[in-house]
Write a protein that binds this ligand. Structure first.
Ligand code: ZN
Length: 437
């Protein structure tokens, strides 16, 4: 079943780096060629390609049977990152009895108290020396076993905990990784610390070889279906890996259908921190790829990239807030999507979303063609709401498009909940977008 595939993808994608690695493997299996930005590109009509940026963003595309300048691109964008705790350098804070806590920094805007008392593991990337100083070697690492926990304070020491409990990242959220004898701790610290020793052992390298790392904690309960009839699924990182994998599934399912237009899947990193990195939606990475495709396909036409962009359409796919039965007052009275109601178009008068009447009409038509119900999200009039990829991307790429997503509960919780039928519906619409061109 498709949902089982999604659950396995979610489990394999424990952080931005692992998500991109999971996607890259699927693309390799489907005959996509990885392109090196430093090399000359040879592109064939109908050819399948991808480019990874910073190990944490991936742009995949299938060249159209017609040049990009003639047809424009059909683009689906999503993001690879989710709120989490990143392990700082010199992470070990040693307490009584040789207990070791990790010094962490909050990444993005997570719901912190959902992280207490869960089995946590560690994943990310570790760098060792490469052929020369400018080219260190990357090792992806995922310990895949519970190695840490953020224990909550007992209620006996904080009787008011259920009446509002402000949390400090620096004080309250430090994960504990275990306790060691003084001799063992001295040995581990001399070799670079508990974290370095732990990941080095997993990778089969020496801790002294680790030049640097980007590692995060992740909840390691597996993704699962729940609900009386199995109508929900729960996992960490549903925002926004459910949409990233929805786009991937649609691209793979339609890859054998010849299409005049170029199909692009753009999975950016760092949406949760504002997209302002070279692997984020505010970077020129996608524009550069489109410019390069037109330079290869239509080298004599100096206007080709502008025509390509003007003829393109973007679906910016990032999950939306589902109506919560316990908090009706938080939602707009007439525009609150529900789990199970189908994909959601996101609309904001102050242009936090790129959706306008024209692009919403395009998405509604795609839903109708796919036989899928479509919902609308608008913020409660007194709530500012969030932002997403669409408008940030348009600062680099002057493209028309729509912000959509599926309705989920507990966005940015350590365990979010979404709808099984919604996921299938989103894939159906994405397939219609990619497969009917
Ligand atoms: Zn998101």
């Amino acid at each position: 079943m498709a949902i089982d595939r999604l659950l396995r993808w979610l489990d394999a994608s424990s952080c931005n780096f692992m998500a991109v690695d999971t996607i890259r493997r699927e693309l390799d299996n489907a005959g996509f060629t990885a392109l090196d930005p430093c090399a000359d590109w040879q592109l064939e009509p109908g050819g399948r390609y991808y480019m990874v940026r910073n190990d944490s963003a991936v742009m995949a595309w299938i060249c159209g049977t017609a040049p990009l300048a003639e047809t424009g691109a059909r683009i689906i964008a999503a993001h690879s990152d989710s709120p989490c705790f990143k392990i700082k350098p010199n992470a070990e804070i040693i307490g009584d009895g040789g207990v070791v806590c990790l010094n962490v920094e909050k990444y993005g805007g997570g719901i912190m108290y959902t992280w207490f008392d869960r089995p946590l593991s560690i994943s990310g990337r570790v760098m060792t020396a490469g052929s020369d100083p400018l080219n260190p070697r990357t090792h992806l690492v995922d310990l895949r076993r519970p190695v840490a926990v953020i224990p909550h304070l007992a209620i006996h020491f904080n009787r008011g905990v259920n009446e509002g409990n402000p949390l400090s990242v620096q004080k309250d959220m430090k994960p504990v990784v275990g306790y060691y004898t003084p001799d063992k701790l001295r040995e581990l610290m001399l070799r670079g610390g508990v974290v370095r020793c732990m990941v080095a052992e997993h990778l089969g390298i020496q801790p002294e070889e680790v030049l640097d790392y980007e590692l995060c904690l992740y909840p390691c309960e597996p993704a699962a279906v729940c609900g009386a009839s199995g109508e929900y699924f729960q996992s960490a990182r549903i925002d926004d890996l459910s949409m990233a994998f929805g786009a991937l599934e649609a691209m793979l399912a339609t890859a054998d259908t010849p299409c005049a237009a170029t199909r692009i899947m753009a999975i950016f990193d760092n949406e949760e921190t504002g997209s302002g990195t070279r692997q984020g939606a505010a970077s020129p990475v996608l524009r550069d790829i489109m410019e390069r495709i037109t330079a290869v396909e239509t080298p004599d036409d100096r206007q080709s990239v502008y025509k390509a962009i003007a003829r393109s359409f973007l679906i910016s796919a990032d999950d939306a807030h589902a109506w919560h039965p316990n908090y009706n007052e938080k939602y707009d009275p007439t525009n609150h999507p529900v789990i199970g109601g189908g994909p959601v178009v996101k609309i904001n008068a102050n242009c936090k979303y790129m959706t306008d009447a024209r692009s919403a009409a395009v998405f509604r038509s795609l839903c109708a063609k796919a036989g899928v119900n479509c919902q609308v999200f608008v913020n409660h009039g007194d709530v500012a709401g969030g932002s997403t990829l669409g408008n940030i991307l348009t600062s680099q790429l002057d493209v028309a498009g729509v912000d959509v997503g599926n309705a989920i509960w507990a966005m940015h919780s350590a365990r979010e909940t979404a709808g099984v039928s919604d996921q299938a519906d989103a894939v159906r619409v994405f397939k219609t977008f990619y497969g009917d061109c």
